[in-house]
Ligand binder design. Structure first.
Ligand code: ATP
Ligand code: MG
Length: 650
């Protein structure tokens, strides 16, 4: 029996039973799950917590190494199973298939490179790498020797790299010379060199040669990956770690402000990401009661399209799937190269069974001609996932109808960098889904809705709306913000007494299903009415000409705040006064006249974070004509568009 078989819930009744147990006896519940993992020594205390400090500790006294759980323990039975399938940017280049045994060997070998370069348990290592297997190898190699990885998305500027390196005083940097993403080369090493001018803590740089282009190297500091491998042995015993030792630091997307360096620790993170991966996606498992039809192939191929530079990639490309012995796909490229059919071409080619992406990608792909989907055979797909933003109704249906062909459940997974793993989501094929609803909390998660006065909204048999908080710790909650525990306390634990505040708003329907409406600071008060931006955007997006929209408030003499809509159109659609009228009518008919935007600006694109989230805080400033200081824009994907929007602002 594989570990996933011992963890997977098999029916809705089993889910409900597990949920009940996890609430009435959390420690016993998590003990039973954690026992399924491999530990050198059992923990002394399951949970210790105090949200007022705040302090959370899980499995204290337990000794383990996460890589033994992701690699060593699978060798006997799954050694020849593919762990990672790598799909290159260029469709003519060959895919790589790396088995669990091969991955194990590569990780141990590279771990010795880190040691040979002076890295010890507790040292921070920065990774600025493209989506290649060596990124996964480097992460796991850090974990093997107890070093802490801090991954910076390979697309961020030199300033962003430098500030993250300095924030956590990384000793070593791992990068690649350059990489192709789409048709464009990205000169990663050059970006690093610029950053390295202001990062005194870095002693060594290891460079993976991804292309044959020459790379400037600084004598003594910069070393090539392959040269370093020649100098060391292949075997590397795992460093025995404490459950509460740090596994990694990861910065949030920066949608709402300066990015926060979230700290995750080993034991709880491993247990929670493994457990949730097994249950949300139900890979390699079909319960008798399962409603998913068995499709083309036997072995499941799971593909999460996120970049490993985001928490989604950490938890659900790497650690969760590997802990559960799954086959996980890593894609180097972008959805638009060589054309917008690339995702579907890969699904077809690799027989992907589980496809997990973000609403922003779904909306971008839905804008394209449908032939780009239909020319590929998608019959291997069994389960679809969504993460990152609320998925609007139109995108949900497009995804369901065209990709899932109406018979692949969509798991809309709500969670955050801070939560480490999925918090609210259907279990594929088990939980009844409802369009745009993330549905029910996973076992162990105790969400609550809070009203404006800070009181808990009791569950009622009608829809309620409020701010989403969590009132009990779960194993993978971030333990602190690196170097700034005070900020951690202020941001998450000072809004409500003894609760973790998510910053998000939500609806809860009569059966207890949650629908996340977006950040609470995105709520706009128009003439005294609280209006969530998400439903208004949904209404606008329903218009056939509209691709995407963003709603923000701006100061208004009479209404206090009025609504400003930024709208992008489908290819070939023209902006016009007529269209503005139609959009306003559409909102009026769907939500009410109060929600009609006063201003509608057509834009070529919306400003987004690199992980694809709309940066409403920038749009808010433009709408309010307060553009002298746009705040932290280091995580912005398309800075050019900000200028365009400012130039044409109404
Ligand atoms: P920052 O915290 O720096 O402002 P961020 O919140 O965008 O950045 P992430 O941790 O990457 O950084 O994103 C978490 C947020 O993404 C959630 O708080 C929520 O607003 C949104 N989100 C993620 N998944 C979903 C989902 N399935 N449905 C709705 N919203 C989601
Ligand atoms: Mg956040």
């Amino acid at each position: 029996m594989e570990i996933r078989d011992t963890l997977q819930l098999r029916s809705f009744a089993e889910y409900k039973e597990a949920y009940q147990e996890s609430i009435s006896n959390p420690e016993k519940f998590w003990d039973a799950i954690a026992e399924k993992f491999y530990w050198h020594k059992r923990w002394d205390k399951t949970l210790q917590w105090d949200f007022t400090k705040p302090e959370v500790k899980w499995f204290e006294g337990g000794k383990l190494n996460i890589t033994e759980n992701c690699l060593d323990r699978h060798l006997e039975k799954l050694g020849n199973k593919t762990a990672i399938i790598w799909e290159p940017n260029d469709p003519d280049e060959e895919s790589r298939h790396i088995t669990y045994r091969q991955l194990f060997i590569k990780v141990c070998h590279f771990a010795n490179v880190l040691k040979n370069n002076g890295i010890k348990k507790g040292d921070r290592v920065c990774l600025y790498m493209p989506m290649i297997p060596e990124l996964a190898i480097a992460m796991l190699a850090c974990a093997r020797i107890g070093a802490v990885h801090s991954i910076v998305f390979a697309g961020f500027s030199s300033t962003a790299i430098a500030s993250r390196i300095n924030d956590s005083k990384c000793k070593l940097l791992i990068t690649a010379n350059e990489v192709y993403r789409g048709a464009k080369p990205v000169k990663l090493k050059e970006m690093c060199d610029e950053a390295l001018k202001t990062t005194p803590s870095i002693e060594t740089v290891i460079v993976y040669r991804r292309t044959v282009e020459p790379t400037p190297m600084q004598e003594g500091r910069d070393k090539f990956w392959f040269d370093e491998l020649q100098k060391v042995e292949k075997e590397c015993p795992a460093e025995i770690m404490d459950a509460e030792d740090m596994l990694f630091i990861l910065y949030t997307s920066g949608s709402t402000g300066r990015p926060k360096g979230m700290v995750h620790t080993i034991g709880g993170y491993m247990v929670y990401t493994g457990y949730t991966f097994a249950n949300v996606f139900q890979c390699d498992h079909f319960a008798p009661t399962n409603t998913i039809p068995q499709k083309k192939y036997d072995g499941d191929i799971y593909w999460c399209t996120a970049d490993i530079g985001w928490i989604t990639g950490h938890s659900y490309i790497l650690y969760g799937p590997l802990a559960m012995g799954a086959t996980t796909v890593m894609f180097e490229g972008v959805p638009s190269y060589p054309d917008y059919g690339r995702f579907w071409e890969i699904c077809d080619k690799l027989n992907v069974t589980h496809f997990y992406t973000a609403p922003t990608a779904i909306r971008a792909l839905a804008k394209q001609p449908i032939e780009l989907v239909n020319q590929h055979d998608l019959s291997s797909i069994k389960v679809l996932g969504s993460v990152g933003e609320p998925i609007n109704e139109e995108a949900w249906h497009w995804y369901n109808d065209n990709i899932g062909k109406g018979n692949s459940p969509i798991v809309d997974t709500w969670w955050q960098t801070e939560t480490g793993g999925v918090m609210i989501s259907p279990l594929a094929g088990i939980t009844p889904t409802r369009p745009t609803f993330a549905t029910l909390p996973l076992p162990g998660i105790q969400p609550v809705l809070m009203d404006e006065n800070g009181n808990e909204i009791e569950f009622r048999s009608q829809q309620s709306e409020g701010r989403l908080a969590i009132k009990f710790p779960w194993p993978s909650i971030a333990r602190t913000i690196y170097g700034d525990h005070q900020r951690y306390k202020e941001v998450y634990f000072s809004t409500y007494n003894n609760m973790y505040f998510t910053g998000d708003g939500a609806y809860r329907d009569a059966t207890g299903n949650y629908r996340i409406t977006g950040r609470v600071d995105d709520v706009v008060i128009v003439s005294g009415h609280n209006l969530g931006t998400a439903p208004i955007e949904n209404a606008i997006n329903e218009h056939l000409a509209v691709a995407e929209s963003a709603i923000v408030g701006f100061p208004h003499d009479i209404k206090g705040t009025a609504l400003y809509a930024y709208v992008t159109l489908h290819d070939g659609k023209q902006a016009s006064d007529q269209l503005i009228q139609e959009i306003r009518e559409q909102v009026s008919n769907t939500i009410g006249p109060i929600a009609k935007p006063d201003k509608v600006q057509f834009v070529t694109a919306l400003p987004k974070t690199r992980s694809g989230k709309i940066m409403r805080r920038i749009l808010r400033k433009i709408a309010s004509k307060d553009t002298s200081n746009l705040g932290d824009t280091s995580t912005l994907l398309n800075p050019d568009v900000v200028q365009e929007i400012m130039d044409n602002a109404l």
